[in-house]
Design a protein around this ligand. Structure first.
Ligand SMILES: NC(=O)c1ccc[n+]([C@@H]2O[C@H](COP(=O)([O-])OP(=O)(O)OC[C@H]3O[C@@H](n4cnc5c(N)ncnc54)[C@H](OP(=O)(O)O)[C@@H]3O)[C@@H](O)[C@H]2O)c1
Length: 257
């Protein structure tokens, strides 16, 4: 009988998800890596399997579609895998006034960042509650704490993730199932490039995704309900409570320029 746990990470082909995969592998977790880019996932799989004695499964799927959570869940079941830790990390943003963003882009963002995250949580949480063990980690953002001019939909999706996660975490009290919202500030990944503002000053001299991955792992061990990455960001999020929401939206937008 094996006591090795399994973590499923969405958005594991780059950035935060990829580094988090390495941290969990280092800690002897088997992995289910999920994203659209199969080649990138396969490369990470073979590198991790060379370095650590763990099993790695790869599932390539587009999660910005209405029924994708059920499709992913069914694929996991077909492989007869049990998920002990689910990390809802896949997500993207856009930069620009809402009126200039293509509606299809906003819809994909809502589907990926909100709908699929919620549906995956529901599916895997049901199993976790049956066995009374498990942990779900949702990657929100410091963007969750205030509106952001030029990132209106993205900040709103992250506010949803934080609020949703905190509420479910409270509902889970008394069980052996946990939920943690992780709130990173800017981190060097493909995020800014994908969002169309790679030259933003906000991503200069920021922590690495490896540093954040270690923070994610530690926050899980501490069973945190919500954790803001870095003291600087914790301070900024407290400071934002003393501003009007309108001022905070302008300031946060300026900081992302
Ligand atoms: N970087 C930051 O500054 C920062 C700060 C706070 C929060 N976050 C959050 O952290 C999470 C990870 O972002 P990151 O910074 O690591 O960015 P990233 O390097 O761009 O990674 C995003 C991941 O999501 C996957 N993904 C995107 N669209 C997908 C789709 N339709 N279906 C399945 N997978 C999809 C990507 O894989 P494929 O392209 O292969 O599908 C990739 O693995 C996001 O939720 C982001 O909002 C980032």
């Amino acid at each position: 009988m094996s006591f090795t746990k399994t973590v499923l990470i969405t958005g594991a082909s780059s950035g935060i998800g990829k580094e988090t995969a390495y941290i969990f592998a280092e800690n002897k977790y088997n992995l289910i890596l999920v994203a659209r880019r199969k080649d990138a996932l396969e490369q990470i799989k073979s590198d991790i399997q060379n370095k650590f004695l763990v099993n790695v499964e790869v599932i390539d799927i587009d999660l910005a579609r209405q029924n994708s959570a059920v499709e992913l869940y069914d694929k996991v079941k077909e492989k007869k895998l049990k998920v002990d830790v689910l990390i809802n990390n896949a997500g993207f943003g856009t930069k620009g006034n809402f009126s200039t963003i293509e509606p299809e882009k906003s819809e994909s963002m809502l589907l990926l960042n909100v709908v699929t995250l919620t549906n995956l949580t529901k599916l895997f949480l049901t199993d976790m509650l049956k066995s009374n063990s498990g942990h779900i980690i949702n990657i929100a953002s410091t963007a969750a704490y205030q509106p952001i001019k030029t990132m209106a939909v993205y900040a709103a999706t992250k506010a949803y993730i934080l609020s949703f996660s905190e509420a479910v975490a409270v509902e889970l009290k008394g069980s052996n199932v946990y939920m943690t919202a992780i709130n990173p500030g800017p981190i060097t990944t493909e995020f800014a490039l994908a969002a169309g503002f790679p030259e933003s000053k906000a991503f200069v001299n920021v922590p690495s995704s490896k540093d954040l991955a270690k923070f994610i792992y530690k926050s899980m061990l501490k069973k945190k309900v919500s954790a803001i990455h870095t003291f600087k960001n914790q301070f900024l999020m407290i400071a934002s409570k003393f501003m009007t929401r309108t001022f905070a939206a302008k300031l946060a937008g300026k900081m992302m320029d």
